[in-house]
Design a protein around this ligand. Structure first.
Ligand SMILES: C[S@@+](CC[C@H](N)C(=O)[O-])C[C@H]1O[C@@H](n2cnc3c(N)ncnc32)[C@H](O)[C@@H]1O
Length: 362
């Protein structure tokens, strides 16, 4: 019977490395397309809210950090766009001759494939590069050393699975499921509580690192306010993955206890929830908080195989850490089969939402 581990998942969230079929670099088009919908807003918020006079130190070197950058290429596109927007802002203020050097810190978990990231860096880049391994839930940089933090599709990863959903017989025990979207409200509340704790840690760490007047721009997977999470298309796909795992348990291929102790450590927030968490934290002013929509134009029938591969690129590492790698191909074949029922998914499930957030260090 496969499955050998109930290891802590906190350091195994990295996306699949390399450039193969199931790599993140080949399966991150959805994130790239979604980030592109935010490009104009990034430029606008830099033009309007990045205030050079208010920065507590005039930068000779403008330090930017991308938190949860993965392996590229999305991070290079984002960093290039941010730098071009900052340069434009300098020039519009007549500060062209005082342009600083730019330095980009690429951050991700220690298990991230930094080799792929660094070997595919754009040769024509206009910035210096450094890699910073470690979790963004803690402090990563010296005090007041960073001017701009960017992060896309990363802060929805929790630092750990909420403890209550793993405790047998606790009201939040998430037996037979791997996510909260089709579970009872108590399970969703346990996830929300973990997310609140994690966002507070993220903001506290950034409050130390970012200079006064410096900014943080973040794109997060989200849902609209008052939207019931059972409407989430992602949730439906995770249910099909969970049900494939249960089938394998019922056939004796994996241990059912391992399925019950496996939950995806990810949470999808809403604009109201996020603004409450930022206000409670109190270290940042909200310059922009806007929900953007993408993907409702996806063709029907939906290419469900593409979605399955996309999920594989993101979750293979964490599944392998929990169940062992010998079940992976069979699991994803089964998941692929089950997911075909979603080919004619209603448009309301097909669209994705992106929360655009721009904060300024008070
Ligand atoms: C879906 S990828 C997004 C990558 C890239 N930002 C993009 O938009 O394509 C999420 C990334 O966040 C990283 N990540 C998750 N939790 C993290 C943490 N606590 N600290 C640093 N990186 C983390 C994962 O390893 C992964 O590379």
């Amino acid at each position: 019977m496969a499955g050998n581990s109930t290891a802590s998942l906190s350091n195994s969230f990295s996306m699949n490395g390399g450039n193969g079929t199931y790599s993140y670099s080949k399966n991150s088009i959805v994130q790239r397309a979604a980030s592109l919908t935010a490009e104009a807003m990034i430029e606008e918020v830099i033009a309007e809210s990045l205030d050079f006079e208010k920065l507590s130190m005039p930068p000779n070197t403008f330090r930017i950090a991308d938190l949860g950058c993965s392996v590229g290429p999305n991070t290079y596109i984002a960093m290039q766009h941010i730098i071009v927007s900052i340069v434009r802002k300098y020039k519009s203020k007549g500060l062209g001759p005082q342009l600083p050097d730019f330095q980009v810190f690429f951050n991700d978990q220690t298990t991230n494939d930094f080799n792929t990231l660094f070997t595919s860096l754009p040769p024509e880049r206009q910035y210096f590069v450094a890699g910073v391994p470690g979790s963004f839930h803690g402090q990563l940089f010296p005090k007041s050393s960073i001017y701009m933090v960017y992060s896309s599709f990363a802060f929805h990863w929790l630092s750990e699975v909420p403890k209550d959903v793993l405790i047998k017989h606790s009201p939040a025990w998430n037996r037979g499921r791997i996510f909260y979207t089709s579970a009872s409200d108590v399970v969703a509340e346990a996830y929300a509580a973990q997310f609140a704790k994690d966002i507070d840690s993220i903001l506290n760490a950034r409050a130390k690192e970012i200079v006064r007047g410096g900014m943080m721009i973040s794109l997060l997977t989200a849902v609209p306010d008052e939207y019931h999470y059972s409407k989430s298309g992602l949730g439906l796909f995770y249910d099909a993955l969970g049900s494939s795992l249960l089938d394998m348990a019922h056939e004796g291929i994996i241990n059912e206890d391992l399925v019950d102790s496996f939950n995806v450590p990810m949470y999808v927030t809403s604009p109201k929830e996020m603004s409450r968490l930022i206000e409670n934290n109190g270290c940042f002013s909200i310059e922009r908080l806007k929900l953007l929509e993408y993907g409702s134009d996806l063709d029907v029938p939906l290419d469900t195989g593409k979605h399955v591969t996309h999920i594989r690129a993101a979750l293979e590492g964490i599944i392998t850490a929990h169940f062992g790698n010998e079940i992976i191909d069979e699991l994803f074949d089964r998941f692929d089969q089950k997911a075909t029922v979603y080919r004619h998914l209603d448009a309301s499930y097909r669209k994705g939402f992106l929360l655009f957030l721009a904060l300024k260090r008070q």
